[in-house]
Design a protein around this ligand. Structure first.
Ligand code: NAD
Length: 485
């Protein structure tokens, strides 16, 4: 291994260093800019098409698959046409290729398997999560495991919907294209090697959902940076929302949460424009979330356009489905996926999915894994099991009712644990609760129409709760929601 990989973000001793250098030297994966490789960036479908196309020697391409999300001048245009003509990566239907959708582990297996000509493979991998591997990927997963190309992660799980990073794809390709040479890991070693070397989706996921408490941001599973503290606007009139949003942006907030059912998207839009007009922020610096209401699920595309119009924006940073609604939420989610490819939405996610099974029902029908799940979460209902479940998708949790919710805040403010921790830090109970959310890995969006409270709620980056204090608050969990909403 060369002492210097030539990439400033690929240390020579990294588990993927040899693969990254090999892929670069064989003209398959170049850096992302200048001398960086961005090993933990998630691999998108378009990127994987381009990489495999290069691996195949960039053959001439005839015809055009006419995907609506593959611009004629995109660097991946020829690669996508080649991949789809050769049935290596197909589109989703509705003229959608899913260019920006992250590649999951089972998709990576299936794509590589098809690239190899779909060789016969013996069934029976016996992964603990075998039943959740999609039927199209079953044989491919058996094959990649037998070939030592992709193996399971800890606990003998394949984690089919875990996302592949650029470093993982480099290692997968390196293994695949150098099979039979000395560097090929023996299949029976592959699992321990994967775990030790970090080719486990758990690892990539814990990186992608780590909060940066200095910057106040988290990188979502689609590579987009999102602020971790924002202003909520539930129950605010349009006029109140306009002021709250304006004050919040002035005080340093960059995240705003609204919903079509709150009836205040217009006010939120006005507050944003006021702050932009006064030069306090630029559009690119702020992150606007809205939600699609259940009665709009049958007409998702129109609902997205209507929210854009009311907000007065030409894109929304994050749109989420407001509630689980089996029967119509999958169609609504697909409308949001389509809007991502059209540039109307940058990220998409869910709200109010309270069981792993319900969350998976939606995710299993989705091409783009949810970036975020917004659920009621506070010290009495800490969402611990759900957060653990979300890790495999790199989905981050956002807390609504972070202070306990209107009508319940005093219960938490007056709690002896919270008030004694607040006194120890010279902070208010609200500030302790919000700081707890961030340190626990929950994005928080406290709601308020009070100028003073809005300011107070943002002053939580100048102190930290100790491990012991975090544990005392963890002990307050009663698995009890304050709302039945
Ligand atoms: P919250 O827990 O943020 O509590 C809000 C209450 O706390 C209000 O009564 C407010 O006046 C008070 N408050 C705020 N800051 C305070 C302070 N520093 N000191 C004393 N009191 C303070 O509840 P919420 O606003 O309902 O929830 C937060 C946000 O989450 C909402 O505004 C909304 O954007 C979102 N939300 C989403 C859903 C959903 O279904 N997805 C449901 C409810 C709320």
């Amino acid at each position: 291994m060369a002492a210097d990989t030539g990439f400033s973000d690929v240390p020579a001793e990294a588990w993927y260093a040899e693969a990254a250098v090999w892929c670069r030297d064989h003209g398959m994966m170049s850096g992302t800019s200048g001398n960086t490789f961005s090993p933990s960036a998630v691999m998108t479908r378009a990127m994987l098409a381009a990489v495999l196309y290069r691996a195949a020697g960039s053959p001439a391409v005839t015809g055009n698959a006419d995907f609506s999300d593959v611009p004629a001048d995109a660097y991946y245009n020829r690669a996508v046409n080649w991949a789809s003509a050769n049935r290596i990566i197909s589109g989703y239907g509705s003229r959608l290729f899913g260019s920006n959708a992250p590649v999951t582990r089972e998709q990576a297996a299936a794509i590589l398997w098809r690239y190899d000509g779909s060789p016969a493979a013996e069934r029976g991998t016996d992964f603990a999560d075998e039943s959740s591997i999609a039927s199209y990927a079953g044989q491919a997963v058996d094959w990649v495991r037998a070939e030592g190309i992709i193996s399971g992660v800890d606990g003998n799980r394949f984690v089919p919907r875990g996302q592949a990073t650029r470093a993982q794809v480099a290692v997968i390709l390196h293994r695949y294209l150098t099979r039979g040479t000395a560097v090929t890991p023996p299949a029976d070693n592959a699992q321990s090697e994967d775990t030790a070397s970090g080719i486990s989706s758990q690892d990539s996921v814990s990186r992608s959902t780590d909060f940066d408490l200095e910057k106040g941001t988290v990188t979502l599973n689609n590579g987009i940076e999102m602020p971790i503290l924002g202003i909520g606007t539930y129950t605010l009139s349009s006029e109140q929302a306009e002021n709250s949003v304006y004050w919040a942006l002035r005080d340093g907030y960059r995240l705003i949460d609204t919903a079509r059912i709150y009836g205040n998207e217009e006010g939120v839009g006005r507050g944003i424009r006021r702050a932009i007009d006064e030069g306090l922020v630029t559009r690119g610096e702020i992150f606007v979330t809205t939600k699609m209401w259940t009665s709009d699920y049958e007409n998702g595309a129109a609902a997205i356009d209507a929210s854009l119009r009311r907000l007065g924006l030409d894109y929304i940073d994050l749109m989420i489905l407001h509630h689980s609604q089996p029967g119509s939420d999958v169609g609504a989610y697909q409308a949001m996926e389509q809007a991502v490819s059209e540039g109307k939405l940058r990220s998409i996610g869910l709200s109010n999915y309270y069981t792993a099974a319900d969350f998976d029902r939606l995710v299993n029908a989705a091409a783009i894994p949810p970036a975020l799940l917004q659920n009621e979460t506070h010290p009495h209902y800490q969402s611990t099991a759900m957060k653990e479940h979300l890790k495999q998708y790199g989905t981050v949790l956002e807390s609504w009712y972070p202070l306990g919710g209107r009508g319940h805040t005093q219960e938490l403010f007056n709690d002896s644990t919270i008030s004694s921790i607040a006194a120890a830090h010279g902070k208010t109970p609200a500030q302790v609760l919000l700081r707890w959310h961030l340190q626990a890995g929950n994005i928080a969006i406290p709601g308020s129409s009070s100028e003073a409270h809005i300011q107070e709620n943002f002053e939580i980056f100048d102190f930290a709760l100790t491990d012991a204090e975090m544990q005392r608050i963890a002990a307050m969990d009663q698995n009890r929601r304050h709302s039945s909403y």
